[in-house]
Design a protein around this ligand. Structure first.
Ligand code: KIV
Ligand code: NA
Length: 268
């Protein structure tokens, strides 16, 4: 069964958590789909995790579209979300063009950072599902730092969340804010919240797939290593290189052979 926005909202109402992961390629999408991940998300974190960029700001719309198309081929039931990259939603008409291209490439909804009420209203009027993103937002903050620590900052964030909901946002991602604030915002909103590095009480959780698989050199407090593919891949690459140098790989079981008569003709 396709996981629609109505389904995600029903999950909040019934108190069932929403599991979301970033995804940047076809094969990973197939695995996430098979595992029953609810929301598969082509984030602009593709820039730092896959493309080797310093910042999410370097990611272009064409790059998001390229990764979105490969992920789409592996998604069946999961809700497929795509990020609107830096400077592709500065005003409603540009945002509409960006969102239409992402939907045409297979996204079910689009995400933008900050309290961009006019943009959200415009997309929503066109029937597009928009996700907000508050707290630490890489397109607008240069330093990774906890947001909403003081009363004033927390109140402003909560007000921004309500404003996004009023403007017609369907969902809200909360990144790197105190658990208490994420819980308060989650209770205030009727739309579901999905948290990253924001504690336990949001309606869902999102992780960067490379982080949870151990493919990222950084070790962050909010990350749980569900596997350590980085270590395993390094060991595998070392063994392979060594075995090739030692002529241990390939071995007899990896080889194919000619039949004897063909071989004799070749040798003649
Ligand atoms: O691009 C991304 O991975 C994100 C998540 C951190 C929410 O925006
Ligand atoms: Na992002």
């Amino acid at each position: 069964m396709k996981k629609t926005m109505a389904y995600l909202h029903e999950r909040k109402r019934s108190g069932q958590k929403i599991a979301m992961l970033t995804c940047y390629d076809y094969r990973t999408a197939v695995l996430q789909e098979e595992a029953g991940v609810d929301v598969i998300f082509v984030g602009d974190s593709v820039g730092t995790n896959v493309l080797g960029y310093e910042s999410e700001k370097e990611v272009s719309l064409d790059e998001i579209l390229y990764h979105l198309r490969m992920v789409k081929r592996g998604v069946r039931d999961a809700y497929l979300l795509a990020d609107m990259p830096y400077r592709t939603y500065e005003e409603p008409s540009i945002a509409l063009d960006t969102a239409r291209r992402l939907l045409a490439a297979g996204a079910d909804g689009v995400k933008l950072e900050g309290v961009q009420s006019r943009v959200v209203e415009c997309l929503r009027e066109q029937g597009i599902e928009v996700w907000g993103h508050l707290g630490y937002t890489p397109q607008f903050h240069s330093e990774v730092a906890l947001q909403g620590k003081t009363f004033e900052q927390a109140a402003a964030l909560a007000e921004g969340a309500l404003e996004l909901q009023r403007a017609g946002a369907s969902m809200l991602v909360l990144e790197l804010i105190p658990e208490e604030l994420a819980e308060a915002v989650t209770k205030k909103l009727s739309i579901p919240t999905v948290g990253i590095a924001s504690g336990r009480h949001t309606d869902g959780q999102v992780q960067i797939v490379n982080d949870m698989l151990g493919l990222t050199p950084r070790r962050l407090r909010h990350v749980k290593l569900y596997a350590d593919f980085g270590e395993q891949a390094l060991a595998a690459f070392r063994s392979y290189a060594e075995e090739v140098r030692q002529a241990e790989f390939p071995a007899e079981p990896h080889a194919r052979h000619m039949n004897q008569s063909e071989l004799r003709r070749l040798e003649d």
